[in-house]
Design a protein around this ligand. Structure first.
Ligand SMILES: [Zn+2]
Length: 420
């Protein structure tokens, strides 16, 4: 009775907040519902088979792809708006009503608690890397937190074999499905989280030569700790070209609307989670191909003869991935440093912008000047523009790729949605 009331209040408050123009209302709705029934998330999760998705980057997209794959079996509850803490989860489940399945994106810090409260049977771990400096935990601490949270649980873990921190967090668990999901960002895992020894990665050709700082190797290069046994587990799911190879050796071409290898990797993770629930890649893939945009990302919007595509990048690893996702076309970079972005832009110096050399680069945003300094140091020529409209006017008809951090992304998304 209390749960029914709390769920109704959650939906009602969230709807009111949305009508009042205060975002999608997930957080406030869930908070009020949990005041009425502190165990509301547990009660709402009961009776559903649940999967969780966590990691520094790619969780919103992977959650969306996983929900699409599980859709083969029936209705799926999911927090598609990216509210990824318990209040958001509560609202997502309250809104969905009775569904046999649920897939939730979970903030890294809340993984243990959300596992406790939802009784999820599968957890997908994507990656761990440095994030907003003023908020996030140091990454090795995060990996330890995950490891502690996962130990002793009767769950299946779907984990990225290419991330040493993820491997450390999942290693030793009796049921891990490893995915060769890749890692382009090496700079948080040169040191073994287990023993403090040096981690060495094979060259792109697999010859086993150790690599020097700076990255640039294959995203799925072999790696091992020089001081202990921690090494890249042999993945059951791998990516080869535009295909995913399943644990039986079956090869499936992955045709996605979403760009880049990183999204094929997200798809591989989604397929591995879906396989746990009994969905075959052949059944899931057509559903994945239908996902064209995720929370305003990826979709191309026509504007004055330019096909504008907006990519979100919130931290150094995310920027590297975005360079891979963006086509070789004029590119607008937009950086702000407002509350949700973190006020400190020193992370710009963690990102190697050299992949943009040879592309026409435009910059904008509150902290465009920080970006200007960084690009100068990196030897990437750029032009400063006041905003989206000027950027569109500056580039010739054709593609315009935009890579933006959080509030810059929201600003540009709002402007793109505005009918002029
Ligand atoms: Zn080690």
């Amino acid at each position: 009775m209390r749960t029914t009331l709390a769920a109704a209040v959650t939906r009602g408050v969230a709807a009111l907040s949305r009508i009042a123009g205060r975002g999608d209302g997930s957080v406030i709705g869930g908070r009020v519902g949990m005041m009425i029934d502190p165990a509301l998330l547990t009660h709402l999760a009961g009776g559903r088979r649940m999967a969780l998705v966590s990691g520094t980057n790619g969780k919103t997209t992977t959650t969306r792809l996983t929900a699409a794959a599980l859709g083969v079996l029936g209705p799926v509850a999911t927090n598609s708006y990216g509210a990824n803490m318990p209040a958001g989860h509560t609202t997502a489940l309250a809104r969905a009503g009775d569904t046999p399945y649920g897939v939730l994106e979970v903030d890294e810090h809340y993984l243990g608690r959300v596992l406790d409260e939802t009784g999820a049977e599968v957890v997908a771990l994507l990656n761990l890397s440095r994030d907003q400096l003023d908020r996030a935990k140091e990454v090795a601490m995060m990996a330890q937190l995950w490891r502690d949270a996962l130990q002793g649980r009767a769950i299946t873990i779907v984990a990225n074999a290419d991330d040493p921190l993820v491997t450390f967090a999942a290693a030793g668990h009796p049921r891990v499905t490893w995915v060769g999901a890749g890692q382009r960002w090496y700079d948080d895992s040169w040191v073994c989280p287990e023993c403090g020894g040096a981690i060495k990665r094979a060259d792109a050709d697999g010859a086993g030569e150790p690599q020097i700082a700076g990255g640039g190797g294959a995203p799925d290069a072999d790696w091992r700790c020089t001081g202990c046994d921690l090494c890249r587990p042999s993945p059951q799911w791998t990516i080869t070209g535009d295909s995913v190879v399943d644990p039986t050796g079956g090869r499936h071409q992955v045709l996605l609307e979403l760009p880049g290898r990183v999204n094929r990797a997200n798809a591989a993770t989604a397929l591995a989670v879906a396989a746990h629930f009994g969905v075959s890649p052949a059944d899931a893939l057509p559903r994945l191909a239908e996902v064209a945009s995720v929370a305003g990302r990826y979709a191309r919007v026509q504007r004055d003869g330019r096909a504008v595509r907006l990519l979100l990048a919130k931290n150094p690893a995310g920027w590297l991935e975005a360079f891979d996702m963006a086509d070789d076309a004029p590119t607008l970079l937009a950086v702000n440093a407002r509350g949700p972005d973190g006020l400190d832009t020193s992370w710009l110096f963690d990102v190697d912008f050299s992949p943009l050399r040879g592309r026409r680069v435009l910059i904008t945003g509150d902290r465009a000047h920080d970006l200007a300094v960084r690009l100068s140091v990196n030897g990437v020529p750029f032009e400063h523009v006041p905003g989206l409209r000027a950027a569109v006017a500056t580039v010739p008809p054709g593609q315009l790729e935009i890579i933006a951090n959080y509030t810059a992304f929201q600003d540009i998304r709002t402007e793109l949605n505005r009918v002029t």
